[in-house]
Design a protein around this ligand. Structure first.
Ligand SMILES: [Zn+2]
Length: 309
């Protein structure tokens, strides 16, 4: 992989101003926010802070919207609001990585509120209430269940590859997490990989398949649990930026120290520490904005202001 450049954005720019209004503009109506939000980079990926759960939004160069996972039931409302604030009235693709509660729990709430064109899942049926609610609404959309690797054409400027670690033609892997749909995004020289809750057995399957997994930005598997992110898998990906969606309360088990130790030389962001994480790219540079860096910025601005008064 060539040496890409990226910048960590900690200063106030247009997108950050818009985002800060999103967080701090309690007096603003959503219409005001829609007018102020301006997407400045062709590709923007939002890693939402939904605790020990996953929800990621992808704004494509031609302003299509993809949602990977919908957090737990209680996150559905917040994710819907976030999407509305970005100015989208529909989601082009919802991708449910696998049917666990912390990935599909909020999707029915979102699908009730926002028009969805397509839903993609791995076809794995589950007995939980969360899954039943999810599938009830997923079936009302164009539901596509995939059992092998595929691509989706949502935007001609973006390559989107969906990978199924375990070849489901041989039957589903008995470990639900290892059936997670992985999503790889490529835009010019920029690349992202979302791994759902894939664990080491699924990682091994992928490595055996000789997939090209080398990307810049990795959304780590299974919330940083020690059952995922083996050294071999990490070596194959060689990420420059890692995102861990996790929860403060779970800090002792996920992310696990073993995994954090493997990430020691990689720029790592965690939703429990950084809040929502937004990565924008023009296909060469990455700008990273976190909710908590905005709070820090706002706090320091307030202190400065106080000194002046
Ligand atoms: Zn999970």
């Amino acid at each position: 992989m060539s040496s890409y450049l990226w910048q960590k954005t900690k200063t106030v720019g247009k997108i950050i101003l818009a985002s800060s209004m999103l967080y701090f503009g309690t007096g603003c109506t959503s219409t005001t926010l829609l007018k102020t939000y301006e997407k400045e980079s062709p590709l923007v990926v939002h890693f939402l802070n939904v605790g020990n759960a996953d929800s990621h939004l992808i704004e494509t160069p031609n302003n299509k919207l993809i949602l990977i996972d919908g957090g737990k039931e209680r996150h559905g409302k917040r994710i819907s609001k976030y999407i509305a604030t970005l100015g989208y009235e529909k989601i082009d693709y919802v991708i449910a990585s696998h049917p666990h509660y912390d990935h599909v729990g909020g999707l029915d709430v979102i699908m009730k509120k926002i028009e969805v064109d397509n839903v993609i899942d791995n076809g794995l049926k589950f007995k939980t209430k969360a899954y039943k609610e999810y599938i009830k609404y997923a079936k009302q959309q164009n539901l596509i269940s995939i059992s092998k690797d595929t691509t989706i054409n949502v935007d001609p400027e973006l390559e989107i590859r969906l990978m199924v670690a375990y070849d489901n033609n041989e039957g589903l892997n008995e470990l639900t997490n290892d059936n997670s749909i992985l999503v790889r995004l490529d835009y010019k020289d920029a690349s992202f990989l979302f791994t759902g809750d894939l664990e080491t057995e699924g990682e091994r399957d992928l490595l055996n398949d000789d997939e090209n997994l080398d990307v810049d930005v990795l959304k780590i598997g299974h919330h940083g649990n020690r059952t995922s992110t083996s050294q071999e898998f990490l070596d194959a990906i060689s990420p420059k930026i890692v995102i861990i969606p996790t929860n403060k309360a779970k800090r002792t088990s996920s992310p696990h120290k073993v995994v954090l130790d493997r990430l020691i030389n990689i720029e790592t962001y965690r939703t429990d520490i950084d809040g929502d994480i937004i990565i924008s790219t023009d296909g060469i540079n990455y700008n990273i904005t976190t909710k908590n860096s905005l709070i820090d910025k706002t706090n320091s601005m307030l202190i400065e202001l106080k000194h002046k008064l």
